[in-house]
Design a protein around this ligand. Structure first.
Ligand code: HEC
Length: 208
């Protein structure tokens, strides 16, 4: 097994033999090098922490989206066949069949950057530059009518984009809110329970 095969996290980053340090405790693996950690440390948080330097507009992203994303997500993010829909669905969240898209559902723009940057194009992840990810994100946001087509998005303004469904995400306060402090844990139903049907009678499990 070659030297690189020993690394606890195996990344393309080459580490020369003299940088290689044997950890003192277990004697196996190697101390992760700063470049290796940097390659893993790509998460982008809602407040924008982690956004790489770069910029892009929807106008710039349109052609790239057509080339690298549209075969699955459709030219306008409408989704081809059963691939995920990225646009539309606004005001559908209270319907019987809500359409949860980046535009209708996602609370933070940072998730869009992070997701594309780490996972798309599907099967060919991590092949986009930061400028391309900004431009593609801008295109999806513009198709959702959240930003203007010529609006430049960059590391300073990206996290400030207000997502339409943001307010519907809130901290779960059930443990402290008045309505839930007195919980019934036994004999909670006053009347006798009336069993109206049972799984075997309903024949929920098919014979074959
Ligand atoms: C080969 C098909 C394919 C291509 C090409 C592709 N995607 Fe995807 N995309 C997917 C699949 C499948 C998922 C869902 C993955 C999952 O849920 O694990 C997805 C999910 C997404 C999501 C999250 C959707 C959601 O609501 O959860 C975004 C955003 C996205 N893709 C953007 C892009 C962008 C931008 C590109 C072009 C750079 C791209 N995709 C290219 C197949 C594709």
């Amino acid at each position: 097994m070659g030297l690189t095969g020993l690394f606890a996290i195996g990344l393309a980053t080459a580490v020369s033999a003299q940088d290689y340090q044997r950890p003192s405790v277990s004697g196996i693996g190697a101390v992760a090098q700063p470049e290796q950690i940097a390659a893993w440390d790509i998460d982008v948080r809602p407040d924008g922490l982690g956004l790489p330097v770069g910029k892009g507009t929807a106008e710039e992203g349109e052609e790239l989206f057509a080339d690298r994303c549209a075969q699955c997500h459709g030219d306008f993010g409408e989704g081809v066949d059963r691939w995920p829909v990225l646009t539309g669905g606004h005001d559908s969240l209270t319907e019987d069949r809500p359409e949860k898209t980046v535009g209708s559902y996602w609370p933070y723009s940072s998730t869009l950057f992070d997701y594309i940057n780490r996972a798309m194009p599907y099967g060919d992840a991590k092949t986009l530059t930061p400028d391309e990810v900004y431009a593609l994100s801008a295109y999806i946001l513009a198709e959702n009518e959240i930003v203007e087509r010529d609006q430049e998005l960059n590391q300073d303004n990206f996290a400030q984009i207000e997502m339409p469904n943001r307010a519907n995400f809130f901290a779960d306060d059930r443990a402290v809110s008045e309505a839930y402090t007195e919980r019934c844990m036994s004999n909670c139903k006053a009347e006798a329970v009336n069993i109206v049907s049972a799984a075997p009678e309903l024949d929920v499990t098919p014979e074959e």
